[in-house]
Design a protein around this ligand. Sequence first.
Ligand code: 9WN
Length: 414
Amino acid sequence: MEGRPAVDDAALGRAALAVLDANWTGVSTMPAPGVYPHQWSLDSAFVAIGLARHDTARAGQELLSLLAGQWRTGMVPHIVFHHAGGYFPGPSMWRSAEAPDAPGGTQTSGLTQPPLHAYAVWRVWQQAADRELAARFVRLAWPSLVAQQAYLETRDVGGAGLAAIVHPWESGMDDSPAWDEPLATSEAGRCGDGYHDRYFRLAVLCRDHGYASSYYRDEHPFAVEDPLFNGVWLLSCDAMARLASEVVGADPEPFLEAAARIRVALLDRLWDDAFYARDVRTGRLVPVCTIGGFGPMLDPGLPRHVVEALTSLLESTRFMGATGYPVPSCDIRAPEFDRGQYWRGPSWISTNWLLSRAAATHGLDRLSEILVASTLRLVRQGGFRECFDPFDGTGHGCRDFSWSAALTLDLLGR
Ligand code: 9WN
């Protein structure tokens, strides 16, 4: 696809499906074969969403193979390793086999990622042509989704109703400036070394404490309430309620209550003039506006005045209004903004897609259409790259990146 921009929607759709086929292992979809040759949790949710309209069976298999790596605590790991090599840190660092709660026979990481899975299951259900097949899939996935919800409750380190991430890798936005301050003040970030040394040290701390929620609550130096992670959790709580009443025949009420609790906590804990990440260890809001701050817009019940404030920030010259290829992953006026560095400036198909959904949810049709059109322009011009320069649209990182292809398919179907 690189260097051969597809001119019409049909060709773009075929190119996107070809990327997903090439990255499919027969069990799951690699985010990018050379760089990420295993299964990542958030990526699998996006892939399933993209396949939902095209291939119910494969979308289902994608999610079920991920859920097969779920821990007995209910944690859905951020990586399921399907072989030993090709990525650092690999199974020999995570040592999941030694963790009492890890599944037997499957090697995984010991962290999680934004819990988009219930929402992805809902999308597969909603769009499947074969209703029987989709209903069977939902029933198979349901117990794992319920367990995942219970696990997320154990991550309420701050005691206010939000899940805390215990490592930047859990956010899906690894190098975001939102983690600079919590890392700098934490033991794990005390040296003046690069991000990735710090990230490694922090992962080793998690491992050496058995990946235990009690350790995270009482001692672990990095605990951050992230608006995107929790906005995604809320979206999945809503999806759980729908799946419960429409498919599974379960009581939707506990999931609606969970969504309401997260909504209140997001506003109480993370809202100021915008949404910020909160460092639970220091109690401080991290004073940098990033793309993660728009995560709560995924909530259909977000109060109107908050939606309006977020929309005007998003459309301002700090985000969409300043760049030709929105949406930059960091406020372009922030000192931390860097147009070329992962999650510190570039535009991503995943966050553009989440924002286009959020805009549609709130009836902001024009904003949603702009986001869809500008996202399709990025992949038409640059290919299914991992991320893009927000000013000139140049692609960065991996080529033929699965979630960029998958979400393109979904956007084409709007
Ligand atoms: C660490 C796989 C993953 C995505 C994340 C993205 C990046 C990994 C890395 O790649 O993270 O998990 O090595 O940087 O930030 O969102 O899930 O595509």
